[in-house]
Design a protein around this ligand. Structure first.
Ligand code: SF4
Length: 245
């Protein structure tokens, strides 16, 4: 062990950044979770017999804002992203997929549409869905997202540091769709969703994943009725639930 090595070791042992960073990280995770948990409860407390659709939209919007905030937090905590993110408008390899999302993602997309969505899928089996490489129902011919502002959490969190691997995943029909990304950037935006789903679970509100296209199609047929049934603990999304996940 040479002198320089010893000095470097001592410097690391003397400096607390790794520990304080871990502490800050845990505190940040706990705060993001707790804030969203309370926010979800507060919105649910406004639910009456005739305002389910607006409560559902408020829940979706609150979750979107919290996820965006969590993503900004990840960028602040991990500014040292080693490889640049290669995502850009018009690159759509990650959109050749039938998304499995949570119900509020479908609520946000459905609320932004002005006409019913006609969508069918031959399977709801999670593993089978991953083998379907046709374009998402919201991908335009110009390869852009038609619901970008309201896109689901997986799309918000998804990014790639190697667009070529994204292309290969689709062209080789790789159901694992392995794309290199910054894992913290991917996982942080999901924290608020975990908190919201925990509240739903405790309240007996369906929190199972759904097929995005199926759930949006159902919502656009009768948004009021479906959100009312869902928030009162009913099986409104039974026909959209992802199986075997
Ligand atoms: S919702 Fe938009 S971003 Fe997400 S997969 Fe579909 S087209 Fe792509």
């Amino acid at each position: 062990m040479n002198r320089a090595f010893r000095k470097r070791l001592q410097r690391l042992a003397d400096s607390p950044p790794a520990i304080s960073h871990a502490t800050e990280l845990q505190a940040t995770v706990d705060t993001l979770y707790a804030q969203q948990y309370l926010r979800t409860l507060a919105i649910l407390q406004t639910l009456t017999s005739d305002n389910a659709s607006s409560v559902a939209k408020n829940l979706a919007e609150a979750l979107r804002q919290a996820s965006d905030q969590a993503q900004q937090t990840a960028a602040r905590l991990y500014p040292q992203a080693i490889q640049p993110i290669q995502c850009r408008s018009g690159c759509s390899w990650c959109c050749y997929e039938q998304l499995q999302v949570h119900i509020l993602d479908a609520v946000a997309v459905a609320a932004s549409l002005s006409s019913p969505l006609d969508y069918r899928l031959e399977t709801r089996d999670s593993h089978e869905i991953r083998r379907i490489f046709r374009p998402c129902p919201f991908l335009s011919e110009e390869q852009t997202c038609t619901v970008y502002k309201h896109r689901p959490l997986p799309c918000r969190a998804h990014h790639s540091v190697d667009a070529e691997r994204c292309r290969q995943a689709v062209e080789n029909q790789d159901p694992e769709r392995q794309v290199p990304m910054h894992i913290r950037y991917y996982s942080f935006p999901g924290l608020p969703q975990e908190a919201t789903l925990k509240v739903f679970e405790e309240m007996g509100i369906d929190h199972r994943p759904v097929v995005l296209g199926l759930a949006v199609a159902a919502l656009t047929r009768d948004f009021e009725k479906i959100t009312a049934d869902w928030l009162s603990g009913g099986p409104a999304f039974e026909e959209c639930i992802v199986l075997n996940c």
